[in-house]
Design a protein around this ligand. Structure first.
Ligand code: ZN
Length: 243
């Protein structure tokens, strides 16, 4: 099975469409949360995703928009965008977001937004932070988002080996049968690793490979839409830098 694994769409339809086209034929799409928040097209992004055979979970922004998290926990720009998004959501979009399970699994793969230990909020920025999470899911691999930074961590609690593995664009990474991994595809709608191109992964379950891919999209058009909706200008500006 060929799976498009992506996270943090953040209502950026131009980025999402670029990823869907660049990924080509896939059997399934897995979305790791934060479908909405920050960006100008929340309903259209949800509808796009629902057009695919897919598996999805909520992120902190999705929950913030639904009123399931206290918005004072968000920075002012995120809070403003969440309040705007809350007004925009159709009934169908709201019901869809409310229906999503906290975590989900398919075969040998689990998905969680932040981490398997604290799915909604925990940021796995460094390998040390990831190690405890290996106790909180059953499968060999867990895909996470939330940081918007592409990363591969492996479970080294017994081996003591180097815990962070290099992730290279368009170079297949082979999943070793004897190892467990927590893998972040990076962000679709608001990359934060200094590369403004939308990020995603292709998982090939037969070959047991993941491939990190980047694709350019119309950033200027997205920025115009953000400003036209009266969303904070900083949310538009940061897309230029991928920060
Ligand atoms: Zn996010």
């Amino acid at each position: 099975m060929r799976v498009l694994v992506m996270s943090d769409i953040h209502a950026n339809l131009y980025a999402l469409d670029a990823v869907l086209e660049d990924a080509g034929e896939v059997d399934m799409v897995w979305s790791l949360g934060d479908i909405v928040g920050y960006g100008p097209e929340p309903n259209a992004c949800i509808e796009r995703l629902r057009g695919y055979d897919h598996m999805a979970i909520p992120g902190n922004h999705d929950w913030g928009v639904l009123g399931q998290l206290d918005l004072t926990d968000f920075n002012p720009f995120a809070r403003a965008a969440n309040l705007w998004t809350r007004e925009q959501l159709t009934e169908a979009s709201r019901e869809y977001l409310e229906s999503l399970p906290l975590m989900a699994a398919h075969g040998d793969y689990t998905i969680a937004h932040g981490s398997p230990r604290h799915p909604i909020w925990e940021y796995l920025l460094y390998a040390d932070m990831a190690q405890p999470s290996f106790d909180y899911y059953e499968t060999a691999v867990c895909f996470v988002g939330h940081t918007h930074v592409p990363t591969i961590f492996r479970d080294v609690r017994e081996s003591g080996e180097w815990p962070t593995l290099a992730i290279r664009e368009r170079v297949p990474f082979y999943l070793n049968d004897d190892e467990r991994y927590i893998i972040n595809p990076g962000g679709v709608g608001q990359p934060r690793d200094g590369n403004p191109k939308a990020a995603y992964l292709i998982l090939d379950t037969a070959a047991r490979t993941v491939v990190h891919q980047r694709v350019a999209y119309d950033i200027a058009a997205t920025q115009e839409r953000i400003l036209a909706q009266g969303l904070p200008a900083s949310l538009a500006n940061r897309l230029t830098w991928g920060r």
